[in-house]
Design a protein. Structure first.
Length: 262
């Protein structure tokens, strides 16, 4: 057997201590499985590429043995009760493309990404991660989705211009980021959606807030931005943005340019 799919099967009890090394895809999501994820499930000879354990009641830490499974590319372990830190070796595993551990109880700092990594989606929202986001999360040429909202992340956002980034979606809302928003930070070449709501960002908004014509949704409500809204009617006409939310800040200026555009 190479493919084992058992989602929505009302399975209960703990995970097995081993699985045949020939299995490529294992999906046990949306059951009632409990207990830890045992290190013996993963070994260097395993053919596993996809492991779906989402929507269960799994507890305990993420085993370091995951990093020895050299073929893993897609880990969907969201909506469980996993705790502890994210193994630093996971983002150094060159085979991993999708990492989704959202809606767990993970904590600690975010590990660095291997510059040679081919990871495309980092989905770690709704956990308890703290500290700063490593710069390379915003510089990776392969990463498309970065979802880190609803954590305890802090520090200032990068000021460098992310010209080599391939990020399309960035979710950073409901954290503790502070400092100003650099005009360079919005210049992601492929960025379409970015959320910065409910942080502690302050200072004036960058003049080029609508200058990136790839962005279609930008929200930065419930921060501490001050000064005049730097958006003219001309800039609004040229912008590709469909949704712009700057509510609940300390911004000033006229709203007439917004109301007079068609």
């Amino acid at each position: 057997m190479r493919y084992a799919y058992f989602p929505h099967c009302l399975l209960s009890g703990e995970l097995p201590t081993w699985i045949p090394s020939s299995i490529i895809e294992l999906d046990l999501s949306s059951n009632s499985l409990t207990g830890p994820v045992r290190p013996s499930l993963f070994n260097p000879r395993s053919a596993l590429e996809f492991v779906g354990l989402a929507y269960n009641r799994l507890e305990g830490s993420i085993p370091e043995s995951l990093c020895r499974a050299s073929n893993l590319s897609n880990l969907q372990w969201h909506n469980n009760r996993l705790s502890g830190s994210l193994p630093t070796c996971l983002l150094s595993n060159l085979s991993v493309h999708i990492l989704d551990f959202s809606y767990n109880h993970l904590e600690g700092s975010l590990p660095d990404i291997n510059p040679q990594s081919d990871i495309r989606e980092i989905i770690l929202h709704s956990n308890n991660f703290e500290g700063q986001v490593p710069d390379f999360y915003f510089q990776s040429s392969n990463l498309r989705i970065l979802s880190l909202h609803d954590n305890r992340l802090s520090g200032e956002l990068p000021t460098f211009e992310p010209l080599n980034s391939s990020l399309v979606t960035i979710y950073l809302h409901n954290n503790r980021f502070n400092g100003s928003l650099s005009s360079n930070f919005l210049n992601f070449p492929s960025l379409q959606t970015i959320t910065l709501d409910n942080n502690k960002l302050s200072g004036p908004l960058p003049i080029n807030i609508l200058g990136n014509h790839s962005i279609i949704a930008l929200s930065a409500s419930n921060n501490r931005f001050t000064g005049e809204i730097p958006i003219t009617a001309e800039a609004l006409n040229d912008a590709t943005v469909v949704s712009l939310d700057l509510s609940n800040n300390n911004l000033t200026g006229s709203i007439l340019p917004f109301l007079s555009t068609g």
